[in-house]
Every structure is written in structure tokens, then in C-alpha cells.
Design a protein around this ligand. Structure first.
Ligand code: C5P
Length: 401
């Protein structure tokens, strides 16, 4: 199911050059299933036209407090009454100042004052405007009033300067809005996750690895951040972007080998929940060479394999001593999923294992998983990896509560 299905969002646009990205944001929200009603300030219309937003959202845009289209002539009340959230992107310094003081001299500011729903803003301005004590005062007051402030990011600015004040990218804003609507079932919990494959070197240019895209582990990381957790994601070599970076609640450590992953996990073992999603290579190369092995015609190569540490097993031992973390293992099997999962759960000494049949699902955005714990097993069916991760987080939250 789309992550914003049935959500009615008022997208407020104030005057700033980042307004050109609001069109992309509107599109992203719609793709996630939201109904988007755009409200623009006078200044916003200097940067992007209502026609663009109307075409993208399929709804006529409101720009004026005295708009006669709403029967009772109270657009500011009607629009906020219907909304699940108001999202303002970009939010200019001027708009932030107005909102922080409760001023209401145009439709967007009046709408915010009259609202009965959450307000999220994505500030966008020149770095000096952002750093100005007046803007920082507005920010402090808005935070205190419960307004959720997304960003700003740092980087190149339209004015040619580089620094803090850039609006977050539309995809990041959309990601954060989706997260905002998720139940906060892991609020303030520390969650450690391994994801992706490991790579065991044979020599500087060769190695062995497992088939794993990392998508399931990254989906679990995203769902955990959405649920309010502080997440440490330890990733083997994979080409995926860290989810919800702009939330400030996810730390990523990249590792290569199983041994490195093991050390990184031990360094972070003080956590509430551990998800071992990584496809750790079972063996590493004992006779690895520092120089490239030269190929000699017709000569075979003898590799010696040494077992890698079983990270999950070691964490399960720690958990037994300290009654933390709650350990969740993963198992990709080619056959008899239920049987193998049950056996593996007991063998590893963990409370929960999540199984799936591979390798057909490797690299896909969808999966079908079986959740096995001491109560029995539950097939969560086929869905996107993110949907499944959210459901898994909800189940784990009930086990640790
Ligand atoms: O024993 P097997 O590899 O089938 O178990 C899979 C589970 O164990 C996964 O959760 C995987 O992340 C974890 N594992 C681990 N360290 C290893 C091997 C597997 O943490 N060396």
C-alpha cells in the first residue's frame, strides 16, 4: 500500500527560490498516495505558478484569504479542517517569523493559526538569514509550539554561498512526512542492524561474497527510524542510500569483511534490539595474499577457508547475560522454510527469526517473509520490503514492551 494513502496534505509554499522544487515534492506526495491541496503565498507565485501545481495535484490552488470558492468563505478554516497535516516547503525566514508570532495576514499564515492538525515546515533560506538571531528565535519558538522542523540541509545555495539553509530534497521531505505518520512504537529505543553482504578478500583484486542487495536490511533500518528509534546501521558493500539521514537518528558504518562487521557490532552491542539481516560470508580466506596472485596457465589455486565469527550467535550470548538486546535473526532458505527457521532459532538461541525463500527475491523490492518465535510462525505474505519491515517492527515492539 502507498505510504501516504488516504492522507490529506495541505502543501504550503512560501516565497523562496526553493519553491521550484515544490512541484517535485507535490508529485512525490501524490505518488505515495496523498491528496495534495496547495496553498501559495503572494511571494511564492513570483517563483512558480499556481498552474503548475494545479496540473500536478489535480486540485485548484488557493492563494487568497478572500477566495470565494469555499461556500462559507472561510478558506482558512475549511482547508485546515480537512487536512491530516500541513506541510510548508519551502518555509521562508519571513514565514517562520510570522508563524512563530502567530501573525495571520494572508491565507497560509491564517490557515496555520486556525489549524487543528500537525504542522511541518522545511525551511529554505540564505545561510546568513538562517543564522540570524531573529530566525533562530523563530525556530526556538516554533519548536516549543510543537511544529516539526525538517532540515534545513547544508550545501550549495542559489545565492552562490555554501552552508546551512538549503531546503531538504523533495524525496527527503516526503520520506520524513511518511515517517511522521508511522506509530512511534520504538521511540527512544536503540536499534542495531547489520545489512548487505560481506566481502572476503583473496588478494587485493579478488574475493568471495554472498548474494545480497542489502534492501531488506535497509528497509528494516528505515522502518525502525520511522518508529522513533535511534538506529545504527552496519552495512557490508552495497550501493544503497542511507534512509532518513535528515532525521539525525541514523548512523551508518560501512564495513567490508565479516570480521569487520563483527567488531563493529561488538562496539555497538549496548542496544535494545539487534536485527541481523546481513548475509555474512560463512568463511573467510585464511591464505589471503597481499600481492595480486599471478595467473599461471593450467595451474589450479588452493584456497583455505576459515570460519567467520557468527555475529548473531555471539550477540545472543551477550543478550542472555544482560537480558538485552532482543535478537532477531534472518534466514534465506531454498526449501522447507518453516522447519529450517524453527531449528535455526533454537540453535542460535534467539527469540525471533525471519525467513524467506531465496534467491528469487534477492535484489527485488518485494519479499515474502515468515516470522517465527516461541509462539509459533506467521506468514506476513508478499509485499514491499518496506511494508514488511514496518510490520516486523510492529511485532517486535509488542515483544519488547
Ligand atoms: O547460520 P545462518 O547463516 O544460516 O544464519 C543466518 C542469520 O545469522 C542471519 O541473521 C545472519 O545475519 C546471521 N549471521 C551472522 N554471522 C554469521 C553468519 C550469519 O550474524 N557469520
Amino acid at each position: 500500500m502507498a505510504s501516504l494513502a488516504n492522507k490529506k496534505i495541505v502543501l504550503g509554499i512560501s516565497g523562496g527560490i526553493a519553491a521550484y522544487k515544490s512541484a517535485e515534492l507535490a508529485r512525490a506526495l501524490i505518488q505515495e498516495g496523498a491528496q495534495v491541496q496547495v496553498v501559495m503565498t503572494e511571494a511564492a507565485q513570483q517563483f512558480i505558478t499556481p498552474v503548475t501545481l494545479q496540473a500536478l495535484t489535480g486540485q485548484s490552488v488557493y492563494t487568497n484569504q478572500w477566495d470565494g470558492r469555499i461556500a462559507n468563505n472561510m478558506a482558512h478554516i475549511e482547508l485546515s479542517r480537512q487536512a491530516d497535516a500541513i506541510l510548508i516547503a519551502p518555509a521562508s525566514a519571513d514565514l517562520m517569523a510570522k508563524l512563530s508570532l502567530g501573525l495571520a495576514d494572508d491565507l497560509l499564515s491564517t490557515l496555520c493559526l486556525a489549524r487543528d492538525c500537525p504542522l511541518l515546515i522545511a525551511p529554505a533560506m540564505n545561510l546568513q538569514m538562517w543564522a540570524h538571531p531573529a530566525t533562530q528565535r523563530s525556530l526556538e519558538r516554533l519548536n516549543k509550539d510543537g511544529v516539526m522542523v525538517l532540515g534545513p540541509g547544508s550545501g550549495d545555495q542559489a545565492c552562490g554561498e555554501v552552508g546551512l539553509g538549503r531546503m531538504l530534497e523533495p524525496s527527503e521531505i516526503c520520506e520524513q512526512l511518511i515517517a511522521f505518520f508511522q506509530p512511534q512504537v520504538l521511540k527512544n529505543k536503540r536499534v542495531l542492524i547489520t545489512a548487505g553482504p560481506t566481502f572476503e578478500a583473496i588478494d587485493p583484486v579478488r574475493g568471495i561474497t554472498n548474494l545480497s542487495s542489502g534492501k531488506m536490511g535497509f528497509a528494516v533500518a528505515q522502518a525502525a527510524v520511522e518508529a522513533g528509534a535511534q538506529v545504527h546501521l552496519i552495512a557490508g558493500p552495497c550501493d544503497l542510500a542511507t534512509p532518513l539521514v535528515s532525521s539525525g537518528r541514523i548512523l551508518r558504518t560501512n564495513v567490508t569483511s565479516g570480521e569487520e562487521m563483527y567488531q563493529a557490532v561488538l562496539d555497538s552491542a549496548t542496544c535494545d534490539v539487534f536485527f541481523a539481516v546481513a548475509a555474512v560470508a560463512d568463511w573467510t580466506i585464511a591464505n589471503r595474499t597481499k600481492q595480486k596472485i599471478k595467473r599461471q596457465e593450467q595451474t589450479d589455486l588452493d584456497l583455505q577457508f576459515r570460519s567467520n565469527p557468527d555475529i548473531l550467535l555471539e550477540m545472543a550470548k551477550i543478550a542472555k547475560r544482560k537480558s538485552k538486546p532482543y535478537c532477531v535473526g534472518f534466514a534465506a532458505e531454498t526449501d522447507r522454510l518453516g522447519k529450517h527457521c524453527k531449528e535455526k532459532r533454537v540453535r542460535k538461541g534467539i527469540p525471533m527469526i525471519v525467513g524467506n525463500i531465496g534467491p528469487a527475491t534477492f535484489g527485488l523490492d518485494t519479499n515474502e517473509i515468515l516470522v517465527v518465535d516461541e509462539k509459533g510462525s506467521k506468514n506476513l505474505g508478499r509485499a514491499s520490503k518496506l511494508d514488511l519491515a514496518r510490520r516486523l517492527i510492529a511485532i517486535v515492539a509488542t515483544r519488547i514492551s
